[in-house]
Write a new protein. Structure first.
Ligand SMILES: [Zn+2]
Length: 323
């Protein structure tokens, strides 16, 4: 197959229309994502989503070739878990040496190249996709995503898969290469709570406050820029604070967004599932307590500095100083 040379204004050649037609019949109508930085309650949300009879969400960790000794929430180690073994077997043909995970999270290019292509695509997406210049890598990625989706839904006998890898580039690559229709659940949490968790979990890092503010602002700013007001992208912001205070009504909103009926999901995990990396999953009994310890331990001047650094996004999300 050869590339058609693009001349501005020219009708797009057969290669491009062909690429867009391939194998779409078996794909779901929309791909679903949860996007958030770490320590935003994504594991809690994954448990609640999984308790719905039609939803399967895997949390944020796809095993790497080095995490085979980690525990899966089904009770086995990753290397003994039937589900993850099946994913590894079926993904092997699409994976590439550079990939650290047992399934390729991104196409086989450097991260900086992927970021550049995704950025360019934002401008050109109505006319053609830059990804079409990488037909083999795009095809392999598309097949991998499709196989991952099919394996996961059929293994769990569920209909709706929610990609919880929290990777903005993966989400954009799927939008540009696999399906132009996506739904994004954007999980948001107070930057002061996020920085307190960073400090608690990574005590050796210095300047949590500045680093954490930058990461928080960078992530949420990119999500807002990439997924709001975009064609064929449905977007739903979910605040951790609301989710933990009014879980029932927040989950109702989320199910409506996903075109699903409401179910009571505030219970211990209903079926064995395969989430890696968070101990709360095995202990979860259906009760949700908001983690607001930061309010007690963070000094007001630090809070003020964080909110200032995280503006204008912190204000946009209504995070304010309470004196
Ligand atoms: Zn498992």
């Amino acid at each position: 197959m050869h590339l058609t040379i693009i001349i501005p204004g020219q009708k797009i050649g057969p290669f491009f229309s062909g690429l867009n037609r391939v194998d779409k019949r078996n794909l779901p109508k929309q791909f679903n994502f949860v996007l958030s930085p770490s320590f935003h309650g994504a594991s809690l949300l994954a448990i609640l989503l999984n308790n719905h009879s039609k939803i399967i969400s895997l949390g944020d960790t796809i095993p790497t070739r080095k995490t085979e000794d980690f525990s899966c929430s089904c009770g086995s180690l990753v290397k003994g878990c039937t589900f993850w073994r099946r994913i590894e077997d079926t993904q092997r043909q699409y994976n590439y040496p550079r990939s650290e995970h047992i399934a390729p999270l991104l196409p086989d290019l450097s991260l900086s190249a992927i970021e550049r292509i995704n950025r360019l695509n934002e401008h050109f997406q109505k006319f053609f996709s830059i990804w079409n210049f990488f037909p083999q890598k795009s095809r392999s990625f598309r097949k991998s995503v499709k196989a991952f989706h099919a394996e996961t839904t059929s293994f769990h006998r569920k209909k709706v898969f929610i990609d919880g890898t929290k990777d903005i580039n993966r989400c954009l690559c799927i939008k540009h290469i696999v399906s132009d229709r996506i739904r994004v659940i954007h999980l948001i949490r107070d930057p002061r709570a996020y920085i307190t968790s960073l400090r608690r979990n990574f005590p050796k890092i210095e300047n949590h406050s500045t680093l954490g503010s930058e990461m928080w602002k960078g992530f949420h700013g990119t999500v807002l820029q990439s997924f709001t007001g975009v064609d064929n992208c449905k977007y739903l912001p979910v605040f951790y604070e609301n989710l933990s205070l009014q879980p029932r009504s927040e989950m109702k909103r989320i199910f409506k967004f996903l075109d699903l009926d409401e179910e009571n999901v505030l219970s211990p995990p209903k079926e064995p599932h395969h989430i890696i990396g968070n101990r709360m999953i095995t202990k979860f009994n259906g009760d949700i307590k908001q983690d607001s310890e930061w309010k007690r331990i963070m000094r007001l001047d630090e809070q003020e500095a964080i909110l200032k650094r995280c503006d204008p996004i912190a204000s946009l999300f209504h995070y304010r100083l309470e004196k």
